[in-house]
Design a protein around this ligand. Structure first.
Ligand SMILES: Cc1cc2nc3c(=O)[nH]c(=O)nc-3n(C[C@H](O)[C@H](O)[C@H](O)COP(=O)(O)OP(=O)(O)OC[C@H]3O[C@@H](n4cnc5c(N)ncnc54)[C@H](O)[C@@H]3O)c2cc1C
Length: 415
């Protein structure tokens, strides 16, 4: 079923135009070819199929570039669309409808997050050396923050050290879940940086580390969800020496840079989830309208009607909460932090529920790789951990709300 996008009253002409042109490419070039485009994910893929998929992906990317829809997250001087935050959020919703569509529009984690950080904190030299090849697709990257021995939900607990020795940083530490680790040409590594001989834990810094540097040891691609391997890597940094110029911004900027990366990124992730919920909902209804069981169509069974009603409410609530949070970010409202945490908890959970019901409606077919539902189900569950687990965001929501009331405020904060 194609994504059905019509202009939304109240949105600017620019945003509606981007939504409709994005949907046209998704419907014409990506949805009908999903199976071919992502052949390479099958274990038994042939060389001919891999070549066909590569050719098709190239054609779609060229079409996207010709339409001026490449890299919505980047300014035009670095090859992007230069659109504002709201336009990007609405575009993400549509891109998420088709498997892998975002990557064919130049948005693929963790590269796009790294690109955003390089634009904001990189020197001109760093942009030429690392950002441009990343945008052109001639380089890959990873973001290396989480450590097995320390709580990822409290990033200030990281222990990986970067000690300044003359014109170099010497990095030692142990990370895991560095995504894209098998492909990456460089990592942005979150460290605690200090001068040689300086006491104390050091201050947070992000340092660019080419993966070919001696001492960068990719120990394994960690198997997740029952798989034996993945591109989420365990990495050891053993006396890794990189030029002092490889630091992004100043020593001490690391935590703020990580928050910059994650804050707005959470809106984009939630709009992605909304786009995928939309797809799951369409698939569920499509099946209900056509599948006969026990002498009637599924759509006429009350259990199934309950699934439709509950999923409709989940999807509407998730979408409206995300748009509300995006509007607050766009207005520079400091209350946006509470809304971002609220959607970070609510949307992945609602997404899980909708996909779960869609799987149930499809029966055995729901858990096959013929449909995108099984992958969505695992993705939705993972989202409750990544970018800050649910509990951390719940604590933040409660803290902000209670603080507001203690200062004499009331429900008005949510307006
Ligand atoms: C598929 C995937 C890809 C990832 N990609 C990357 C990547 O590219 N780069 C990277 O650096 N990291 C990445 N991560 C790591 C991710 O960001 C961390 O897993 C996440 O931040 C949680 O950290 P943790 O696993 O150490 O859990 P912990 O910090 O050990 O927390 C464990 C659990 O404790 C609970 N908890 C935490 N704090 C509190 C609290 N204050 N009160 C009550 N309960 C609490 C939560 O339920 C939480 O799930 C990825 C993770 C996954 C699953």
């Amino acid at each position: 079923m194609p994504i059905n996008v019509t202009p939304i009253a109240g949105l600017t002409d620019e945003i509606n135009d981007i939504r409709i042109r994005t949907a046209r490419i998704v419907n014409e070039k990506i949805l009908p070819n999903e199976a071919v485009l992502w052949h390479a994910r099958r274990a038994d893929v042939t060389d001919a199929e891999r070549d066909e998929a590569k050719k098709l992906r190239h054609e779609v990317r060229e079409k996207v570039k010709a339409e001026g829809l490449w890299a919505p997250h980047l300014p035009p001087e670095y090859g992007g669309m230069g659109i504002d935050f709201m336009a990007h959020a609405y575009m993400n919703e549509i891109l998420a409808y088709a498997i892998g569509a975002a990557s064919l529009f130049g948005v693929v984690a963790p590269n796009s997050g790294n690109q955003t950080i390089l634009v904001k904190y990189g020197t001109e030299e760093q942009k030429q050396k690392w950002l441009l090849p990343l945008v052109e697709g001639t380089m890959q990257s990873g973001f290396s923050m989480t450590e097995p021995e320390n709580a990822g939900s409290d990033p200030r607990s990281i222990k990986t050290s970067a000690v300044r020795e003359g014109d170099e940083w010497v990095i030692n530490g142990h990370k895991w879940f560095t995504s894209n680790g098998l492909e990456a040409d460089f990592f942005i590594v979150m460290c605690r940086a200090s001068e040689a001989g300086e006491d104390g834990p050091g201050r947070m810094a992000q340092i660019i580390v080419p993966t070919s540097t001696p001492g960068v040891i990719i120990e394994r691609g960690i198997g997740i969800w029952g798989g034996t391997s993945s591109d989420h890597c365990e990495v050891r940094y053993d006396n890794v020496r990189v030029p002092a110029d490889n630091i992004l911004g100043q020593v001490g900027d690391g935590h703020r840079a990580a928050q910059d990366r994650l804050g707005a990124g959470r809106i984009f992730h939630c709009m992605n989830s909304v786009g995928q919920m939309w797809r799951a909902f369409d698939l569920m209804v499509e099946r209900l309208l056509t599948r006969e069981v026990h002498g009637g169509l599924l759509k006429d069974k009350q259990f199934m009607q309950g699934f439709v009603a509950d999923s409709y409410m989940d999807l509407q609530a998730a979408r409206l909460m995300t748009i509300h949070a995006a509007e607050k970010v766009d207005q520079g409202d400091p209350g946006a932090r509470t809304e971002i945490s609220a959607i970070k908890v609510f949307v992945p959970a609602a997404y899980s529920r909708v996909v779960d019901r869609a799987i149930q409606v499809w029966g055995a077919a729901g858990v096959t790789s013929d449909l995108p539902l099984a992958a969505m189900y695992l993705g939705a569950r993972t989202l409750r951990l990544a970018d800050g687990p649910d509990e951390v965001h719940r604590i933040l929501i409660a803290k902000n709300v209670l603080h507001h009331y203690e200062k004499g405020g009331s429900w008005d904060f949510a307006g």
